[in-house]
Each structure stands twice: as C-alpha cells, then as structure tokens.
Design a protein around this ligand. Structure first.
Ligand code: ADP
Length: 496
C-alpha cells in the first residue's frame, strides 16, 4: 500500500469479503447487478473480487489505463450502479461522474473529498451475511478486452467458468500453484481478474502478494526478495523490464525462493527463458490466453511428460518457447480458411479455434468469431505438435503481408529480442507501394548498447530468408496498451 506493506491472513480476508458482500447486498448490488472498480491490485480490490460473486453480483474491474471515453463506455456498458475507486483517480472520477449519472454511488478508497468513504461503506454493513442462492451460470464478473478496433468488447464470466478455470490453474502441469507458494500478482485485477490468480490463491491458501501501483521492475524485484515470492505472474514486457534491471545491477537481488515465472499475454523469447533459468533457477512458464476464455488457455511447463523430463536443457528450450498444452477443460484446434482441421505436425499453421466451458458464451449467429460446433475463433495463428503443444505464430492482424507471402512479426521479435543489445522489440508492418507491407523493427535498446540495421539484418539472415528481414530499424520507445502489452496497432498507425 502507499503507506507501506499491509498483511492479512486468509480468515481475515474472508471476513472482510463477507462484510463487503453484505454492504453490497445492502446497497442493492445483488443478482443481475455489477460493481465497478477503479483500483490497483490491493486489499479492497481482493475483497471486492471475492465479495461481488458472494453477493450474487458481478465484479467489473475497469481499467484505469483506458482513455476517458472508453472508461466511460465500459462502465455504462457493464451497467455499474456503484463504482469503487482509488483516491488517486479522484479528479478523473469527478469528470466521469458528471458524464455517468446512472452510477448512483462513487466510493473512494483512501483520503479525498469526492464520493463516499470505502471504510464507512464497509463498516456500516450488517455483520452477518446470508449468501443468496446462485446458479452456476450466473455472471460473476464482467471483463473487457482492450478493443483493437472500436469499443472494448464485453466478456461475461460465469461462476461455472471461473470455478473450472480456478481448478485448472492449480494443476501440477499448469501453474503448479500450491498452498506452499507465495504468488506475486503483477498482472492487474483489471486484466481478466489477474488471470484468476486471486481465486486460485484463495482456494489453496497460497500467500498472495499484491503490488498496488508499484510495478516498476526494481519494485517487483524488491517484493520478490522481501516477501520470498515463489511464483510471479505477468506479461512479457514486465519480465523483459525485470531482466534488464537485473542485468544493470546483477548483485542487488537474489530471488532465492523464486521457482516459477508465469509469462502470458504475449510471447517470451529464449533469452528471457534462459535468463530466469540460469540466474535464478526459475522456470519461465509460457502461457497463452485471452480475455474471452477467462483468460488462461494453455500453459507450458518445461517437463510435463517423462519424455520431456529426460530432455537436455538445450532441447527443452524449444518446448519452453511453445505456449504449452490447453488447460484440461479447453479444446483447441487449428483450421484453414475453409474451416478444415489442419494436421498437428508442428508445421501447419492455421487459425486457432477453442471450445469449452471457459469460452465466453452467448454468441449471436452472426458473431464473426463463432464457428459451427461451438468453436470460437481466437484471431491467432498457431500450429500444434504431435504431443498437443501449441505454438502461437502470430495474431492474424499482426502478420505482415509481403507480396503474396506472410511474415510472422512474432518470429522476428523472438530472434531480435534474444539479441543482447535489445531490451524490447516490436515488429510491425509498414505500408509499401511494391510489396503491400514490409516489416519494420522498433527497438528499445539495453542501457549503453547500440545496434544498426545492417548488423541486425546480417544476424537474422543466418536463420531467415532475405525477404523476411526488416527493411528498417527504429530505436524509440514502444507504447504500451492498457494491459501493459506492446501497442503494435499504435506503432503501425505511426508508421503508416
Ligand atoms: P488484447 O487482445 O487486448 O491483448 P487479451 O489480453 O485478451 O487482450 O489478449 C489476448 C491476445 O494476446 C491473444 O489473442 C494473443 O493474440 C495474445 N497472446 C496471449 N498470449 C500469448 C502468447 N503466449 N504468445 C503470443 N501471443 C499471445
């Protein structure tokens, strides 16, 4: 918390959550209603993540990194009648409140002048709470994708979907979360409820570390050390930053207890995987997912079969780069443009489709993502190997069309990202009069490093055909999306 660490044990959290549920119910936030939040990863947010579903209502963790217009739109679309906000956002919330008369109560966590006090809201609640009867298909959360075109898309999580997802996270060959773990939730609760980590930690009794707004690499490393974190969960941009911080100051942190780093929402590169293995003895578990599937889809423990356990580290690297196998309740398949299933030979790349209880329901027949048989198009291109491991090749919209061929931006990012000079890289398409599109590498350099286009192209030419090499190298800051991923759409637009 801004005024220093605050610790609670799970029974205290449960009591607080029950009290919060009673407060919500008292305020009319029960079945069919939602409570919005504008909070970092902190105690009140955890209480609400547990309390809203207890009260039969849905949590809508709004993303403070969205534009004002999108934030207003998501709160209205979710139908929130109460919004709980961090005092830090007070000025913004004043404006929002003026534009959102349908929100009846604004409740402030922390000191300020606008809205009601969170402490008073919870303290004024009845001390006993009678949980309503809840159907497993009732909503328990409303999340929004960041929306690459137009408005963010609303995704409803049901109790059933989240229950199944929570069990999936705790499996040995997925995240291997246990009651012995101390889990650091870097991924925000407003990003698909911290990928379900608060629920899995609550189910198992794992220690859960919530970094509030302090997610700079140095702050995270300090937390990993001071709280003896065993498993840390976040997007690749976060882990790239952590890696650079350690490279700049190699003796400052020991990360002595760190065993697993879950890296999802984007693709890690080999250098990152090796860095965590060699420097801290930690396994970087590569995960693929999307908001629409609650959100974890696949996880790639390095060794989930006897055959994998017997591999030498170098052979295991190829597996670590893959996004792993689907959680047990999720089916994955790859299909061509006609919808025919492609072979699982690690080579054939097709449109990745998914089906199962965690996939968002309620498709309209004309929903562009809906396919016959209950399958949902993910918008990603993938291949699958003969052991069921998925490799994400690219997002359909990030592929670069050069002449009549496709170039994978992810494949280029993997290779460039593994170069020691590079801290972060995004490869995006630039319109080209002759080829339609050509790849451009946008790079943030490691401190003190330099890199020119010719060196980059020469190194890449060792593994890639010439037509796939970037035409340009731009050294500049890479913008991030509301969920802390590289904003390749913004980059593309800036190059167009
Ligand atoms: P957004 O689409 O706004 O980023 P999500 O957080 O739901 O919102 O992101 C889902 C998308 O992120 C996936 O469809 C995929 O394109 C990308 N993604 C997630 N995990 C991975 C991964 N391990 N490798 C590559 N891309 C990934």
């Amino acid at each position: 918390m801004p005024d220093g660490p605050r610790r609670r044990c799970w029974p205290e959290v449960l009591a607080a959550a029950e009290r919060t549920a009673a407060a919500l119910a008292d305020a009319g936030i029960g079945r069919g209603r939602s409570v919005g939040t504008l909070l970092w990863n902190e105690h009140a947010h955890l209480d609400l993540a547990l309390a809203a579903p207890m009260a039969g209502a849905a949590l809508h963790p709004a993303n403070p990194r969205l534009s004002d217009a999108d934030l207003e739109w998501t709160i209205r679309a979710a139908g929130d009648r109460i919004v709980v906000f961090d005092a830090e956002f007070e000025t913004r919330v004043r404006d929002l409140a003026a534009r959102l008369p349908e929100v009846e109560r604004w409740i402030r966590v922390g000191d300020g002048t606008f809205g009601e006090s969170w402490a008073a809201f919870v303290e004024g609640a009845p001390s006993s709470f009678d949980a309503p009867s809840i159907d497993e298909n009732d909503p328990m959360a409303i999340c929004f994708t960041s929306g690459t075109t137009g408005h963010p898309k609303e995704v409803v999580y049901t109790h059933r979907s989240s229950y199944v997802h929570t069990l999936g996270l705790a499996l040995t060959d997925t995240m291997h979360l246990s009651g012995t773990d101390t889990a650091l939730a870097v991924v925000p609760i407003f990003h698909a409820i911290s990928w379900g980590l608060p629920y899995a930690a609550a189910m198992l009794g794992s220690r859960l570390v919530l970094p509030h707004r302090r997610t700079a690499p140095e702050d995270l490393l300090d937390l990993i050390d001071s709280e003896s974190v065993t498993v840390a969960v976040g997007v690749p941009v976060v882990w790239a930053g952590v890696m650079q911080a350690v490279l700049r100051d190699p003796r400052r942190w020991r990360c002595r207890h760190l065993r697993r780093v879950v890296c999802g929402g984007g693709a890690p590169n080999l250098e990152m995987i090796e860095f965590f293995r060699v420097k801290f003895g930690a396994e970087l578990i590569h995960s693929w997912g999307m908001t629409e599937i609650n959100p974890v889809g696949t996880m790639g423990r390095h060794a989930a079969t006897p055959e994998e356990a017997a591999l030498e580290p170098v052979e295991a690297q190829a597996i670590a780069l893959k996004a792993g196998r689907p959680l047990p309740m999720l089916e994955v398949e790859i299909v061509d443009e006609a919808g025919s299933v492609l072979p699982h030979d690690d080579e054939a790349a097709g449109s990745l489709v998914v089906r199962g209880p965690t996939v968002r329901g309620g498709f309209a027949a004309d929903d562009p993502e809906s396919l016959p048989g209950g399958w949902m198009r993910t918008g990603d291109v993938a291949s699958i190997d003969d052991r069921g491991r998925v490799t994400i090749r690219d997002r359909e919209k990030d592929l670069i069309r050069s002449g009549s061929e496709w170039i994978s931006s992810l494949a280029l990012e993997r290779l460039i990202g593994a170069m020691p000079e590079v801290a972060l890289v995004a490869v995006v398409a630039r319109p080209d009069p002759k080829w339609e599109e050509r790849p451009v590498a946008v790079v943030e350099l490691a401190r003190g490093a330099s890199l020119d286009l010719e060196t980059l192209r020469t190194r890449l030419a060792a593994t890639l055909p010439k037509w796939q090499l970037p035409d340009d190298l731009l050294v500049r800051e890479i913008p991030l999306t509301g969920t802390g991923k590289m904003d390749k759409r913004a980059l593309r637009e800036s190059l167009a």
